[in-house]
Ligand binder design. Structure first.
Ligand code: UD1
Length: 417
């Protein structure tokens, strides 16, 4: 299995172009299942999760043509309504086919995702919402089987503002009879991106990006063309890379609007973050201040940036407290950062990070997608050599990360096994 080898200590400098968002591209690709015809989704990043989505669409019967980040999906003939275990287990977001298949074809069979490295991550709220819309849900051999002649609009309160749940229900409600109101909906920018595409398809959606989304169902939808928004987590990871190496990095291809929580915490830590003609410039400080963070649903500090920020805080000049409130088991990177000399102790959902003068390169192991990114960041700042194994996690969510970092002056190689 490939490894990433980093000789740390280089100051990153230069420009980097941020790719399309994985978490937006996935629901957009699955939204093509809602209407027969040929859809076009552009700015799709080249990632392992996107390959999985392509495979799943093909299994369902859609014809997918992929060219330089542009996907043409012909979803006229859907011959299967089943998302098999092998695919759902490699990518949980596969459950997002449930809403579209059920709404268009009246039937969907989707494997339950089971556990994953960062916690139980159930889909009960997706199912509860679909039931409220009149679907019959049964469980059979680890598969969720959903049926409905025609979904009916409903008032749905989400106990937790689930991102995938909001997306699944928004897609399903677009073809339901009557009006659906989602309360306590997730407000992530990727939900707004999806809603914009659904509106292009003829859906009637109001309030996406707020806690109340109203969807007036229509009888049929049309194919759409849409450009995937930028990946705010990839952007955030490069911002931390600039800060942790005391670098000077200009991020291009982004919208500044969705990064407020991170920008504010980076500034508190002493980094300079400047807006320059739609790009963002991040300058790392010579001394990092300790900053507390608490992950929260958007617009709070994103859980998907927690591991990377912890790597940064492990080199601060004080003690910071990091609270993870979204996922129950998202501190898997801590043991690996400790192997590099970080001083971190965990108490339940809270990690106390006491900054050290320097991190030391070591062989470490990636445990999940964002944990992998935190190890790369630590490796960029560490003395000596860091070798990261199990980097298939990284390839799920970061497009050409080592090439992009190399372009900024990092000494980083992918070494084939
Ligand atoms: C999405 C993102 C992921 C990010 C997460 C939180 C995609 C493809 N993935 O994941 O990168 O880390 O949002 O920002 O967009 N929950 C329930 N019941 C449910 C559904 C969720 O209790 O039915 C809980 C989860 O256990 C978790 C919280 O809600 O504690 C948030 O999960 P959710 O927003 O659903 O995450 P995903 O959509 O899976």
């Amino acid at each position: 299995m490939d490894k990433i080898v980093i000789h740390g200590g280089r100051r990153l400098k230069g420009e980097v172009r941020i790719s399309g968002a994985k978490n937006s591209a996935l629901p957009l690709l699955f939204a093509t299942l809602l209407a027969p015809g040929t859809h076009r989704v552009s700015n799709v990043p080249h990632l392992r999760d996107i390959n999985t989505a392509e495979k799943l669409l093909s299994i369902l019967g859609a014809r997918v043509v992929r060219e330089n980040g542009s996907f043409t999906v012909d979803s006229t003939d859907i011959r299967s309504v089943e998302a098999p275990y092998d695919l759902v287990r490699t990518m949980r977001a596969s459950v997002l086919v449930l809403g579209p298949l059920l709404a268009r074809l009246g039937h969907a069979r989707v494997s339950l995702p089971g556990g994953c490295a960062i916690g139980a991550r159930p889909i009960g709220l997706h199912l509860k919402g679909l039931e409220a819309m009149g679907a019959t849900i049964t469980l059979d051999h680890g598969y969720v089987e959903a049926r409905a002649k025609r979904l009916q609009g409903a008032q749905i309160y989400l106990d937790t503002p689930t991102v995938g749940g909001t997306e699944n229900l928004m897609m399903a409600a677009s073809l339901a009879k009557g009006t659906t109101v989602l309360k306590n909906a997730a407000r992530e920018p990727e939900i707004v991106d999806l809603a914009q595409a659904l509106i292009k398809m003829g859906a009637r959606i109001e309030g996406a990006g707020t806690a109340t989304v109203t969807i007036e169902g229509v009888d049929e939808l049309q194919p759409f063309e849409h450009q995937v928004m930028f990946d705010r987590i990839e952007a955030g990871t490069f911002m931390v890379a600039a800060a942790i190496t005391r670098g000077d990095v200009l991020l291009k291809g982004i919208g500044v609007g969705h990064l407020e929580a991170l920008i504010s915490k980076l500034r508190e830590a002493g980094a300079e973050v400047l807006e320059e003609d739609g790009a963002l410039r991040v300058l790392g400080p010579s001394t990092l201040s300790a900053v507390d963070i608490r992950t929260q649903p958007h617009p709070g500090f994103p859980t998907d940036m927690q591991a990377q920020f912890m790597a940064l805080m492990s080199l601060s000049s004080g003690t910071s407290v990091i609270n993870e409130t979204v996922f129950e088991n998202r501190f898997m990177h801590v043991c690996e950062l400790q192997r590099m000399g970080a001083d971190i102790s965990i108490d339940g959902h809270s990690a106390k990070v006491t900054g050290v003068k320097a991190l030391l390169g070591a062989p470490v192991m990636a445990t999940d997608l964002r944990a992998s990114a935190s190890l790369i960041l630590a490796g960029l700042a560490a003395d000596n050599t860091t070798e990261i194994s199990r980097i298939y996690h990284l390839d799920r969510g970061y497009e050409r990360i080592e090439e992009k970092l190399k372009g900024l002056g990092a000494d980083i190689q992918r070494v084939p096994a």
